[in-house]
Ligand binder design. Structure first.
Ligand SMILES: Nc1nc2c(c(=O)[nH]1)N[C@H]1C(S)=C(S)[C@@H](COP(=O)(O)O)O[C@H]1N2
Ligand SMILES: [Mo]
Length: 410
């Protein structure tokens, strides 16, 4: 996979979007020099902050073409929903359309169906019930940069995730319109992007027919109440609540119901995880069966202090952050200020549904000068909790170890 860390390259996408009446153009303006940068605590962790991408404010630049843009972590302290203009961006293929005319955009539903259906954006909002759901979109490789030993692939920090309110129509309702044939077993999703070379496998993802018809999977046209940003899949994307974002196909224009198992590259070769508990193997271990990555696992983060922050001795303060349960809700968030020796339940913020981020906060009084190791651990509604030791696999997937940071009281 062409997924490397390529920050040395200075050719950014050089693009801009002008929006008018549902029409977007991706043009090629100048590239300003990077104003500043941050450094992650792993090898080659220097990341420029860029504002050169259309409809995006400051983002961490991992790669320009195709774009990999990470959300600066401070954004997660600002609210439970991640703003569209700082929502992370990940594309695999270089052939991203440079302009999309929403008025002429069509979603085609075909294959093992009773009748082929072709829908425009207007048809979706007029002929189908509108639904809205808060859900976390997280790359399967979020936090990959922290894997030890290191693994190939985009070297993300923790910002390849975001939470939004997604508005659209149920995939089930679209499939019902087409009439799924009796032999159907899976549904494949393809977007308007393509590889630069014909030999590059097109980015296509597949769900089982039951999952596709569960009523929760959405074809979304809006995010946080606004049209999807171009780089987040304008004008339509799949939203698969609780599942890693590799299934959330962007610029969705083709849905194919199939009656034989999909063996395309992006299902059969890429995004495979070891078929072991928590996708965990020993580095170098071979002969392990694999399965396509699927459900997310719980995570939690501290957002208002960071590693090395200095806090006032004896002053009561509040530590806060975000948590999510993965494929179900957050039951409990536990906070420790003594490196995991003792844990206290954090106070949970408003519940926006089981697939959303949930804010949490906990009191903290640093009673003496010196270091305090803060930790946070989420337990989801199934009772699954974050592990104290990181998992490892060669793809760098599904990291969700209990996060730890050291603050200094002075
Ligand atoms: N058409 C298309 N959809 C795609 C991808 C892609 O390369 N092309 N990448 C997937 C992956 S791996 C991720 S992590 C998410 C990223 O979503 P975002 O860019 O909106 O944050 O998009 C998914 N949908
Ligand atoms: Mo991803």
């Amino acid at each position: 996979m062409n997924d490397g860390n390529n920050i040395g390259r200075r050719h950014a996408l050089r693009s801009i979007v002008t929006a008018s009446a549902g029409f977007l153009t991706l043009g090629l303006p100048k590239l300003a020099s990077a104003a500043n940068a941050i450094t992650f605590p792993f090898d080659n962790g220097l990341r420029e902050l860029t504002t050169e991408f259309p409809q995006k404010r400051e983002m961490l630049l991992l790669r320009s073409r195709p774009p990999l843009l990470e959300t600066p972590f401070s954004v997660f302290d600002q609210g439970v929903f991640t703003p569209n203009d700082q929502f992370y961006v990940r594309w695999h293929l270089a052939g991203i359309p440079t302009s999309i005319d929403a008025r002429n955009f069509r979603l085609r539903v075909h294959g093992a169906v009773r009748r082929e259906v072709v829908l425009g954006i207007a048809d979706l909002s007029k002929d189908f019930e509108r639904v809205e759901l808060a859900a976390v979109n997280q790359c399967a490789g979020n936090s990959r940069g922290f894997f030890k030993p290191r693994v190939a692939g985009g070297q993300w920090g923790n910002g390849a995730m975001g939470n939004a309110r997604w508005t659209g129509v149920r995939l089930k309702d679209i499939l019902d319109r087409a009439g799924v044939g009796s032999g159907a077993i899976q549904v494949r999703f393809n977007g308007a992007d393509a590889g630069a070379l014909p030999a590059t496998p097109d980015f296509i993802k597949t769900l089982s027919i039951d999952h596709a018809r569960d009523g929760e999977v959405i074809v979304a046209f809006a995010m946080n109440g606004k049209p999807l940003p171009f780089l987040n899949g304008y004008p339509l994307r799949l939203v698969v609540p609780g599942w890693y974002s590799t299934y959330w196909v962007k610029m969705l224009d083709d849905i194919e119901v199939i009656d034989t198992p999909d063996t395309n590259f992006w299902m059969a070769k890429a995004y495979q995880i070891p078929d072991t508990p928590h996708a965990d193997v020993l580095p170098g271990q071979t002969g392990v069966a694999t399965v396509p990555i699927n459900r997310m696992v719980p995570r939690s983060f501290i957002t208002n202090v960071s590693d090395g922050s200095v806090v006032d001795i004896a002053r009561p303060q509040t530590i806060r952050g975000i948590a999510f349960g993965g494929d179900t809700g957050v039951r409990e968030v536990l906070f420790s200020a003594d490196d995991g020796t003792s844990w206290t339940p954090a106070k949970l913020g408003q519940n926006f549904g089981k697939y959303s981020f949930r804010r949490w906060e906990a009191p903290f009084v640093p009673r003496h000068a010196g270091q305090f190791v803060l930790k946070v651990k989420a337990v989801n509604d199934d009772g699954t909790q974050q592990p104290d030791k990181p998992n490892w696999n060669p793809g760098g997937y599904m990291r969700n170890v209990v996060e730890s940071m050291t603050v200094v009281a002075a």
